[in-house]
Every structure is written in structure tokens, then in C-alpha cells.
Design a protein around this ligand. Structure first.
Ligand code: ATP
Ligand code: MG
Length: 504
């Protein structure tokens, strides 16, 4: 018969139980509580070490039971969050346990059963922080349909966590689209079925496929400059229409656009607006020059370049945030529309579900700045589920992340997070995050995470494994780099001396 760890005290409920224990109890560990003959799993959410002499509020029977369990003068006292009965699909018991009921260490086999195994639908993310022998698996379907937020301070291990998830997802035949803000994923070193997995999508936009709203941003025409806006809109729409009718070739787009504007500038009927029209012409000419490398009139839609079973990467490290915003919004709009078409059985859609990954999500899904991508990010956050379109939002500034998008992320991996403002923001967005759990976040080490949501049966503190697929953007060791250069130099100078002493 296994020996109990401690016992329930006070006034337990079916959700929360206070306990005392004679043996070492770790925060975030799991125990089993005796609920009238049934073993129910519970999570240690609070624990202190207390002295026997000071525990005057315990009942005499409780103290007596505790004395029988331990002879030491101090013991552990804390709170458990009741998770449910593993034999009954984690159903919560209806009645509270009896005060004085024993608690036991959770059995490894029970935890292994709860946290799953690789059955082809799951991702192995790491192991329980307190139990290295219990592997933790995440459900892939839940990630894609209910989205995922990965949050931590800088260097907390976000990108590594994302890499672990992407690697396993790709090895299982998944398709991913990454908006690569720092050029970290273009070199993702992974082969699937013997072939490199990265499909690097060339960052060019076809002006003919932009919405007017997107096009206007490149031209730097503000919507407060309403006369300029009116003429640019009219010219753009007319040329696109003529193009669709086959009257204007793709290659003639700029010429046709400028010709139209110039004809209006000379038109007596528009005499009063002449200055504004000339202003628009200048702006369009600037736009053609500044973005000559970004624009490609023959480019097929980015959505058509997304390949099945690959890590599709759009490298945004060379463009500024304004352009990144237009690109991301343009692509997200495209994939959402394409998935909708496919689900409805129409031609030309995107035939496979897709997980989109956005690093630095607080810039494009900002809580304060009204970016164009924010709109499409929230649309996908809300509707993506029905179309097999998942979002993975990664940020080191959760506070600055749009709370709409964050609250739609039903799954969260929160690594070390120290700023109270960040913690509050995350807690507000997620009902299941208790303040006790939030209090753990500053004390996590790199790679240690609180994992919760639909993708995992019960919340857990996890040690995330190190991704084997290397990507760029890891911390640079200055000492190592210096040493390397120093050695190269020494080698050179010794070769030089050898050369000088040659023939001595
Ligand atoms: N699970 C882990 N176990 C051990 N070390 C880790 C783990 N995750 C990350 N690290 C270490 O921490 C460093 C930073 O990790 P990572 O790049 O994933 O952090 P990040 O949160 O993405 O940082 P940034 O905010 O700069 O993007 C890595 O170079 C690695 O050495
Ligand atoms: Mg990172």
C-alpha cells in the first residue's frame, strides 16, 4: 500500500482543497486526493513550509494524523486546485473530499495517461517540470482551430518553443506560413522526406492585386487628403477595371494610371483640383521609384505560392513596419478568402488547412495602433476555426497585443513573464488563468512554461525541449566570436612568422 503524502484540512470544496503534508511538495506538481474512494487528480498551486509550533489553527485530530506521518518539526502547507477524475475523462467530483482525507503523490502512469502519447495527432513539447518522466503532448487540431499565443520576456524561449511545434507539425505533414520578422526561419534547417522543408516566398507584391486601401498606403496618400484620395481611387479603380476587361495589359499598369491622372490635370473641368491632382502624380512617381524592387506586375498571388507540407516563409526582415503591415494584411486577407472558397467547394481556393505564425505580434496586432493587419488578424482569430486556418501569435510584450486577438487564442504557452502589466493583460484575456498561476510566471527559468488551453487536457508547468532544427537568431556569444577571431589572427601571425623564418 502506498503511503500518503499528507491530508486535506479546513473546509475543502470540489474545486479547491487546503492541505498539509509531511513530505516535500513542489509547486506545480500533481497529487491524487481521496474523494470518498475515488482518486481525483489535483495541481499544487500554492505551497509554504511552516513550523509545527505555529500551526495553532489545526484541529487536534489533524495534528495527530500529521504527527503519525512525520516526526519533523516543520511541514508543508498549501492549496490544491482540483482537476478531475482521470478515470472519468477528468470529470470534476460533485462533492468535496472529507477533511482529513489523505492525499498521495500522483502516480507516474496516471500522469502519462493524462498527458498523452504520440498517436500521430500530437506534438511532443517537453516534459512536466516536476516530473521528467512524464512527457507532455499537445493536440494539433486544437492548435490550428483554437489558435495559440506564445508569450515571454525577451530571451524567454518563445522562438525555440515555436520551432519545436513547427518541427513536429511539419514532420506530421502539416503546412505552415511564417511571417518572419527577423529572418530567423528562412534558414530553418529541417528535411522532411529527404527534402529541405523551407519554401521561401519572394517578397514582391503585385499592385494589380492590392486593394485600394493597401495601394493608397504605398502612395502615401492619407485619407485626410480627401481630394488626392478621390482622384487616386478613381484612377486606380478605372485602370483595374480596364485591366480586367483586357483593355490594359499588366505591364501597362503604371503608364495607364499616370496617363489618366495627367489627362485630368489638364482637363479644364477639373481646374480647381489641378494642384491636388499634380500632387497625386508626384506621389505615384515617387512610389514607383521607392518600391521598384517590391512591386512586380506579373507576380502570381502570394497565396498561390504557398506549398503543401512545407514551412512557407515570408522574410520581412528587410522592410519597415509599415510595409510589413501591408504585406501581412494582404496575405492574411488572401488566405482567409482562399480557405473560404475551398471549404465551399469553389475553384481556386487553398486546398489545405494552414497554421500562420506571426512573431512580434504586438506590432501588427497592436492594442493601440490601428494597423491594417490587426483587422485581418482578428477576423482569422474569430472565423479561422471554421476554415482550418490557425494563428500562432508570438510576442514579448503581451500588454501591447490587441486584447481581442489574445482572448481568441484559446491556447497559451506562457514562459517567463515579469512585468505585472503584462501578467494582468494576459489574465484578463484568459478565464482559466488563476492568480496563483500568474504568480509563478516571474520565477520560471528559460524554456519553462505554463501550458494551458484546449490543446492540453489539464494545465501544466512544462520544461520545453530544445528544438533540433536549427534556425537563425539565437543569442550570439560575444566571447566565443571574439575568441574565434583571436585564434584566426594568431594562426595568421604564426604562419607569417614561419614564412619570415623560412630558409633560416
Ligand atoms: N527550452 C529551452 N531549454 C534550454 N534553453 C533554452 C530553451 N529555450 C531557449 N533556450 C535558450 O535561450 C535562448 C533564447 O531562446 P529564444 O530565442 O527561443 O528566446 P525568445 O523568447 O524567442 O527571444 P527573443 O525575445 O529575443 O525573440 C536560446 O538561444 C537558447 O540558448
Ligand atoms: Mg524569438
Amino acid at each position: 500500500m502506498e503511503s500518503p503524502l499528507g491530508l486535506c484540512i479546513g473546509e475543502p470544496t470540489n474545486r479547491e482543497v487546503e492541505f498539509v503534508s509531511s513530505k516535500r511538495v513542489q509547486l506545480g506538481d500533481y497529487v491524487e486526493v481521496d474523494f470518498e474512494g475515488e482518486r481525483v487528480l489535483a495541481f499544487v498551486k500554492e505551497v509554504r513550509r511552516v513550523s509545527r509550533a505555529l500551526s495553532t489553527d489545526l484541529e487536534p485530530e489533524e495534528l495527530e494524523k500529521l504527527r503519525r506521518l512525520t516526526g519533523s518539526s516543520s511541514f508543508f502547507r498549501g492549496k490544491l486546485s482540483v482537476l478531475g477524475n482521470p478515470e472519468r475523462r477528468m470529470e470534476l467530483p460533485r462533492t468535496p473530499p472529507e477533511p482529513g482525507a489523505y492525499i498521495y503523490p500522483a502516480r507516474t502512469e496516471t500522469l502519462q495517461r493524462v498527458f498523452g502519447r504520440d498517436d500521430g495527432t500530437k506534438i511532443h513539447i517537453g516534459h512536466l517540470l516536476t516530473r521528467p518522466d512524464v512527457n507532455v503532448y499537445l493536440d494539433i487540431d486544437s492548435i490550428v482551430s483554437r489558435h495559440l499565443a506564445i508569450l515571454a520576456i525577451t530571451g524567454g524561449g518563445k522562438s525555440n518553443t515555436a520551432s519545436v511545434i513547427l518541427q513536429e507539425l511539419l514532420e506530421k505533414g502539416g503546412t505552415v506560413l511564417v511571417f518572419d520578422m527577423h529572418g530567423e526561419y528562412v534558414n530553418f534547417d529541417l528535411k522532411v522526406n529527404g527534402a529541405p522543408v523551407v519554401n521561401s516566398i519572394r517578397l514582391t507584391l503585385n499592385p494589380l492585386r492590392l486593394s485600394y486601401g493597401e495601394f493608397r498606403l504605398f502612395a502615401n496618400v492619407d485619407d485626410s487628403a480627401y481630394i488626392q484620395d478621390r482622384y487616386l481611387r478613381k484612377a486606380f479603380k478605372e485602370v483595374i477595371e480596364e485591366h480586367l476587361k483586357g483593355e490594359v495589359e499588366a505591364g501597362e499598369f503604371w503608364g495607364a494610371l499616370l496617363a489618366k491622372l495627367k489627362s485630368w490635370a489638364e482637363d479644364e473641368n477639373y481646374k480647381e483640383d489641378r494642384k491636388s491632382i499634380t500632387g497625386v502624380i508626384n506621389k505615384v512617381e515617387d512610389m514607383i521609384e521607392v518600391y521598384s524592387e517590391l512591386f512586380d506586375l506579373y507576380q502570381s498571388p502570394i497565396v498561390e505560392q504557398i506549398e503543401f507540407g512545407r514551412l512557407n516563409v515570408i522574410d520581412l526582415s528587410h522592410v519597415d513596419e509599415r510595409i510589413a503591415d501591408i504585406v501581412v494584411s494582404h496575405v492574411l486577407r488572401g488566405v482567409l478568402e482562399a480557405r473560404k472558397r475551398s471549404v465551399r467547394g469553389e475553384e481556386g481556393g487553398l486546398r489545405f488547412p494552414l497554421l500562420t505564425v506571426l512573431e512580434e505580434a504586438h506590432i501588427l496586432a497592436s492594442s493601440t495602433v490601428n494597423t491594417k493587419s490587426r483587422y485581418w488578424i482578428s477576423r482569422i482569430a474569430r472565423e479561422g476555426r471554421k476554415f482550418g486556418l490557425g494563428l500562432c501569435l508570438i510576442t514579448q510584450r503581451p500588454k501591447a497585443l490587441d486584447s481581442n486577438a489574445l482572448s481568441q487564442a484559446n491556447n497559451m504557452i506562457i514562459l517567463r513573464l515579469v512585468e505585472p502589466g503584462d501578467q494582468r493583460h494576459v489574465q484578463q484575456a484568459s478565464e482559466s488563468l488563476s492568480s496563483d498561476l500568474v504568480e509563478q510566471l516571474p520565477s520560471l527559468n528559460v524554456g519553462e512554461a505554463l501550458v494551458m488551453g484546449k490543446m492540453i487536457p489539464i494545465p501544466a508547468l512544462v520544461k520545453v525541449k530544445i528544438a533540433t532544427a536549427k534556425r537563425g537568431g539565437n543569442d550570439i556569444s560575444a566571447v566565443k566570436e571574439w575568441k574565434k577571431l583571436m585564434e584566426e589572427r594568431e594562426k595568421l601571425s604564426s604562419e607569417y612568422e614561419d614564412f619570415l623564418s623560412f630558409g633560416d
